[in-house]
Write a protein that binds this ligand. Structure first.
Ligand SMILES: [Zn+2]
Length: 336
């Protein structure tokens, strides 16, 4: 039974751009969708659409209603990346309104064929975890979390793909698409140069760091993407933009982007150094390093933690600071 939910809709610094907050059942807390409802001819657009729960739908509908909009009015849904808390109502909105769904090329399989894509993703992770010394029960736990996340997702067709350098008309203005892979390989930010507004999705969050997640390569014969290295490069690229305010996928807007980027870069450098020091004490597996870094980890966070540490091992290896010894198919990392 749903209790009444106060509409959570607030106007951003740009006329016609609204931040709509929705709850999620995940530790990250609430997630934003952004509604662009201009007086011009550009289509009524929702950027991201929460996680598909009854509570989120009620919050989204209440937020839209406060802006004078229903699901049936939405003409376009732009998805910033494929994570469960950003794609939730894409299928329902498309079905109810005929809205087009736009997303990055790498997001298409997650939207159009979510279940086979998720299963292939799970299968891809297995050898990485085994090489990382992750116990079988922890691997099973990660699969259960993946299935749980998959249970929220419904298939929807992508009408158009967006990529680096593309332009999007919103609110009578031209927005430039930045493909900022890292947190996810398909992550898009939207930047409006005259108003200097960035819709930063999960690329740049003020209150929590964006965790680059392990992902398969685009084609099976390619190496595993090094998402932390991607992320650090894309953070520095975004810091070069002249941004007045960045509206993220979660939490408060960011008003000092260069300072936040500098603090994130320092945090990652510090974490890499901590891991290097642990590898200098004695050779350790990926799983052992996760235990050292996150001793109070809860099981649903295991995949995030493994991704975080593996990303930093990629970075240390790239810098020539660590090397691996393999015993019975398990990699032990030591300082080089
Ligand atoms: Zn995300």
């Amino acid at each position: 039974m749903l209790t009444e939910i106060a509409p959570r809709c607030h106007q951003t610094v740009l006329e016609g751009l609204y931040a709509l907050s929705m709850p999620t059942p995940f530790p990250v807390g609430d997630v934003f969708a952004y509604l662009a409802r201009g007086s011009d001819a550009s289509p009524l657009t929702l950027i991201d659409c929460g996680v598909r729960t009854d509570e989120a739908r009620a919050a989204l509908e209440a937020g839209l209603a406060a802006c004078g909009v229903t699901f049936r009015d939405i003409e376009r849904v732009v998805i910033t990346h494929h994570h469960t808390d950003h794609i939730g109502f894409a299928a329902q909105i498309a079905a109810e309104s005929g809205a087009e769904v736009w997303a990055h090329r790498l997001c298409v399989p997650w939207l159009e064929q979510p279940e086979p894509t998720r299963r292939a993703f799970d299968a891809y992770l297995q050898p990485i975890f085994r090489e990382g010394g992750v116990p079988e029960d922890a691997i099973k736990g990660i699969e259960r979390v993946s299935a749980y996340l998959g249970s929220f997702v419904q298939s929807v067709r992508v009408a158009r793909t967006l990529d680096e350098g593309d332009q999007l008309q919103l609110l009578g203005k031209t927005w430039r698409v930045y493909h900022t892979k890292g947190h996810a390989g398909d992550l898009l930010c939207l930047y409006q140069p005259e108003t200097r507004i960035l819709l930063s999705s999960d690329h740049l969050l003020r209150d929590i760091s964006s965790n680059p997640l392990i992902e398969p390569p685009e084609a099976p014969d390619q190496p595993r993407p090094q998402r932390l290295l991607d992320y650090l490069a894309e953070l520095q690229r975004i810091a070069q933009l002249d941004i007045r305010i960045a509206y993220p996928g979660h939490g408060a807007p960011v008003t000092d982007v260069p300072q936040l980027v500098a603090s994130r870069l320092a945090m990652h450098a510090g974490r890499a150094e901590r891991l290097r020091a642990l590898c200098a004490e004695q050779p350790r597996t990926l799983y052992q390093l996760v235990g050292e870094l996150f001793p109070r980890l809860r099981q649903p966070e295991m995949f995030l933690a493994l991704s975080e540490v593996l990303g930093h091992l990629d970075l240390l290896l790239h810098e020539g600071k660590i090397a691996a010894e393999r015993h019975d198919g398990v990699a032990f990392w030591r300082a080089a």
